[in-house]
Ligand binder design. Structure first.
Ligand code: GLC
Length: 432
């Protein structure tokens, strides 16, 4: 990949300043919405079912959302403890949710006859959400979207169209906080998309904007964790995982309630993301009216109740990566404090093996009660836990463990190591 040289990429002081709010925010709402909400078979249907263009376009005419549908999403996002939103202004199907002058396949000319990006931006602002727009570079509808790779005229037209669409989005809706590009097919190179020029234009129009890495230049944050949290996290890069709540990004008309993420499942992902000091962009796929599927809404509200109680302590604000400690359980780290998310409640006592660092104190949250404990070489035994799980929201309380230094937990398997451990423990006991 050719090196991008402009001073704006990506670890400069301006990046640090720009991204500060986003790091603190941690949790955002992704919204996949387009004419695929009409057929309810996912946003890839046009491609995977090979629906002919003329037939597909009819979905646009049937797309008649209720006025200001995004207000309910923004309200839900606020209730869920999310701090920003990213909506698909144009997905791969090519339908533009704004009043584009560059194609008639848009929400003002076909279907709703309203500018849905305008409605969304206003709603997000009303609820104090930072505003993000998703833009798919790949376009199955534009006549040059594929042939641009082999035809010079088509190439020029498609690049002009792409840059022009982005320019409209960056010019017509006031301050935009995030530009979230997706899928760079059919080009694989920065030069082919002219991404350096494209993003320089974006930053000129929106100096404070955060841009993701999917126009192939690295920009402000990495999005490699899609659908899962990657093990080998990017080093020295801000990163965001994006996840669905049903297994589908676009509205899934036939999904059963049991196919939706549970509140504890969502918290599990949020925990993993927080451990890696990343962000979580959690998706909803509203239906063609703009309604959020009830099971997703319910889970988000429950997560919100939890976030209200624990978010300030363990999710928002600066966290350090739980890395290099060998800690084998569900932790989030803030300096010498490690927060253990108790997904499985154990009454009265809980023990943690092989912690090799002195523990200063342990607090149970909620209630902020200091718990008694004993610590020997291979076992930290925590006492005084109530019989009943004390978290009345989702059933995930926290243990805040303060260590005397950088914590370390050994992970030993095999008889040999275990025999060695017993010996070491004995020696340690003797010393005392
Ligand atoms: C993929 C999919 C797309 C989805 C996106 C979310 O690129 O093609 O449908 O919008 O991931 O990250």
């Amino acid at each position: 990949m050719k090196k991008t040289t402009t001073a704006k990429y990506p670890f400069d002081a301006a990046h640090e300043r720009r991204i500060a709010w986003w790091r603190d925010a941690r949790f955002g709402m992704f919204i996949h919405w387009g004419t695929y909400a009409v057929h309810g078979r996912g946003e890839w249907a046009m491609n995977v079912e090979q629906i002919p263009l003329k037939e597909y376009e009819k979905y646009a005419d049937a797309f008649k959302p209720k006025p200001n549908a995004p207000r309910a999403w923004a309200k839900l996002a606020a209730e869920a403890g999310m701090k920003y939103m990213v909506m698909t202004a144009k997905h791969h199907e090519g339908y533009c949710l704004w009043d584009s002058k560059l194609t008639d396949f848009n929400s003002v000319k076909r279907g709703p006859r309203r500018d849905l990006v305008a409605e969304y931006v206003a709603a997000a602002r009303e609820y104090g959400m930072k505003v993000g727009l998703y833009y798919s570079l790949m376009d199955w509808h534009h006549p040059d979207g594929a042939r641009c790779i082999e035809n010079k005229g088509a190439y020029k037209r498609f690049i002009d169209f792409t840059h022009g669409c982005v320019r409209e989005l960056m010019s017509n809706y006031g301050k935009i906080d995030i530009l979230w590009y997706d899928l760079s097919w059919p080009f694989m190179k920065i030069e082919e998309w002219q991404s350096v020029k494209l993003n320089a234009m974006v930053r000129k129009l929106q100096p404070e904007i955060l841009i993701n890495d999917r126009s192939l230049t690295p920009e402000d944050f990495d999005t490699g964790s899609e659908g899962h949290v990657k093990g080998g996290l990017p080093q020295g890069r801000d990163w965001e995982a994006c996840m669905t709540t049903t297994g589908s990004w676009g509205f899934a008309a036939r999904a059963k309630p049991s196919q939706y993420s549970t509140p504890a499942g969502i918290l599990g992902t949020l925990r993993a993301v927080t451990a890696g000091a990343g962000n979580l962009l959690l998706n909803i796929g509203p239906d063609a009216k703009g309604n959020v599927p009830a099971p997703a809404e319910k889970s988000l509200r429950d997560v919100g109740a939890w976030m209200k109680k624990y978010g300030p302590e363990v999710v928002y604000g600066h966290v350090d990566r739980v890395q290099g400690t060998g800690l084998r359980d569900s932790y989030t780290r803030k300096g010498d404090c490690h927060y253990m998310w108790l997904f499985n409640w154990t009454p009265f006592e809980r023990s943690i093996g092989r912690i090799r660092t002195k523990v200063k104190d342990i607090t149970l949250i909620p209630g902020n009660k200091k718990l008694p404990f004993t610590q020997t070489y291979d076992r930290l035994l925590i006492k005084g836990l109530p019989e009943k799980n004390p978290d009345e929201t989702v059933g995930v309380p926290l243990l805040k463990i303060r260590f005397a230094g950088n914590p370390r937990q050994d992970f030993a398997i095999g008889l040999k190591t275990m025999a060695f451990e017993r010996k070491a423990a004995k020696a340690a006991a003797k010393k005392k």
